[in-house]
Design a protein around this ligand. Structure first.
Ligand SMILES: O=C(O)[C@H]1O[C@H](OP(=O)(O)OP(=O)(O)OC[C@H]2O[C@@H](n3ccc(=O)[nH]c3=O)[C@H](O)[C@@H]2O)[C@H](O)[C@@H](O)[C@@H]1O
Length: 417
């Protein structure tokens, strides 16, 4: 079947779906009018009429779903087109492994490195990552997707490694704390061991959470942090601190080239609707005219960076000669109360901002000191909050449409207990 025929089929099926829907609606309207003139309007209230209408609606949904499946299978037969990638000769082209590459940040990094002309291998266990985030590269000759959990050893051949695999959102990492610790200890050991075997440069994604609830503000990399080692966040905070410790132990003992990025709050398209972090929660609540839930007083602060800034920072760090930890974040700081108002004004609607109980061990202030990144990487964020949020709001608007269509009800956010 050639592409033209397939395109015609696609259009035909879409038209058919619309016709089926319209026929059902028109039938209902005509039936409703007839009922109104011949019998009483209240006849619609009889259970059998409602039952019949429901039946017709469900039939229509089934037919549309069947047509959608046909469209998907036809689309699968059309040769895929990919974004244009740069051509690099074999001396410049690198084989790059990204652990957690199907996640929110990882998938944006994949895009950047693929567009740059490199060969990219993604390893993900799909706990928080999704195939959908990288599906536009599946089948491309420079791209490979491996379903693997890094808690188990991995044997492949690469030149460089970006190690991002770990849940990063508090409700996700608290969901299975033991697994979070294993990922950041056993998993990181496995990936460092791989880097050592291959003599590959490795960048570890660490976090602002290594500073805990900081008593120095803003946080420079020289600050040792203030972490509760047995609190609900410890699985992640201490997990990442051990990850950094392992990295420098390997670097010293095995003479390896390592990079450590301490990533501050990041947002943007491809965040999961169930992410549970403040940016996705507030946007989804505002888009659905639900209450915007501020945890605690709302006087705690965060500094939000757009995901493209982070990705540029990570690549700059990998390509630099700097081996000490580097903060990557946007130093513009807001209270969560201010942030709730920013989202409400941007989205519009009539959501109320309400205060609910605070989260245990919630860091009260967070803002990166980015002097190191500026000095050694010549990097600083360029996307302002308003621009980044507009793109993110648009992304979540589309996600909600998809969700409503497939689930036929409202998306609900659950507060972690
Ligand atoms: O986004 C990130 O990059 C960071 O997110 C989390 O750290 P946290 O700052 O606690 O992230 P959020 O859950 O987004 O919380 C930010 C603030 O908003 C508040 N919040 C969150 C969600 C909500 O619905 N309402 C609300 O008031 C939280 O209590 C907290 O004070 C992760 O733990 C970090 O590793 C990660 O780097």
């Amino acid at each position: 079947m050639n592409q033209v025929t397939l395109k015609y089929k696609y259009i035909l099926l879409t038209v058919l779906a619309i016709v089926v829907l319209f026929t059902i609606i028109i039938r209902q309207v005509i039936q409703g009018n007839t009922d109104e003139t011949t019998e009483s309007k209240d006849n619609w209230k009889y259970p059998e009429d409602l039952h019949h209408a429901n039946y017709l609606l469900n039939e229509a949904y089934k037919k549309i779903e069947a047509l959608e499946q046909k469209i998907i299978s036809l689309e699968g037969r059309v040769p895929k087109t990919y974004p244009d990638v740069n051509f690099l000769n074999y001396l410049k082209r690198k084989r790059i492994l990204i652990t957690g590459g199907a996640g929110f940040v990882g998938s944006h990094l994949v895009d950047q490195l693929m567009l740059g002309g490199h060969e990219v291998i993604v390893v993900d266990n799909f706990f928080t990552g999704r195939k959908r985030n990288v599906e536009h590269w599946i089948g491309h000759e420079n791209f490979e997707l491996i379903h693997h959990d890094i808690v188990n050893p991995l044997f492949i051949e690469v030149d460089e490694i970006y190690h991002l695999a770990s849940p990063a959102s508090p409700p996700h990492y608290m969901h299975n704390p033991v697994k979070t610790i294993k990922t950041n200890t056993l998993g990181t050991t496995n990936i460092l061991g791989l880097a050592r075997r291959l003599n590959a440069k490795i960048l570890i994604a660490s976090t602002s959470e290594v500073y805990g609830d900081p008593d120095i503000h803003p946080q420079p990399e020289t600050y040792w942090g203030h972490v509760n080692p047995i609190g609900p966040r410890a699985c992640y905070d201490e997990g990442k601190r051990v990850s950094e410790t392992l990295t420098y132990a390997y670097a010293k003992q095995e003479n390896m080239q390592v990079r450590v990025a301490r990533i501050f709050n990041t947002y943007g398209p491809r965040m999961h609707m169930n992410d549970g972090r403040v940016v996705s929660n507030f946007i989804l609540q505002a888009l659905q005219n639900d209450v915007i839930t501020v945890y605690g007083s709302g006087e705690q602060t965060r500094s939000f960076q757009y995901v493209s800034d982070l990705v540029e920072g990570m690549i700059a760090l990998m390509n630099s000669n700097y081996s000490q930890p580097v903060n990557l974040g946007n130093p513009v700081e807001h209270t969560i109360n201010e942030f709730a108002s920013i989202i409400k004004n941007l989205v519009g609607g009539h959501s109320k901002i309400v205060h609910v109980s605070e989260v245990e061990d919630d860091p009260q202030r967070r803002r990166p000191d980015i002097t190191r990144a500026k000095t050694y990487l010549n990097w600083e964020p360029t996307v302002d909050l308003n621009t980044g949020l507009q793109k993110t709001v648009e992304y979540f608007r589309q996600e909600l449409k998809r969700f409503k269509y497939s689930h036929r009800n409202k998306f609900k956010i659950k507060k972690p207990s």
